[in-house]
Write a protein that binds this ligand. Structure first.
Ligand SMILES: [Zn+2]
Length: 76
């Protein structure tokens, strides 16, 4: 009488899951780093910084042109 394999659980998250949220960042020339989970959030942060610190009205297109993907920290 063979035991029936019931409720086989296979939840193995694969590396490089496409559903992982992607963080973006913009590094200002002064060294300030803006981060955001969405373009809107990111643009808002860097626009605020540019205005407050550099008195520059940064356009959305300019900000996004500077954006890069934030690499995930590698955990041991
Ligand atoms: Zn700056």
């Amino acid at each position: 009488m063979a035991p029936a394999p019931s409720a086989e659980v296979r939840v193995v998250p694969e590396e490089g899951d496409a559903s992982m949220p992607t963080m973006k960042r913009i590094t200002c020339e002064c060294g300030f780093v803006a981060r955001g989970a969405t373009d809107d959030e990111l643009v808002e942060v860097i626009q605020k910084h540019a205005k407050q610190v550099h008195d520059i009205d940064l356009r959305r297109e300019q900000a996004l042109a500077m954006a890069e993907i934030e690499p995930y920290p590698v955990r041991p």
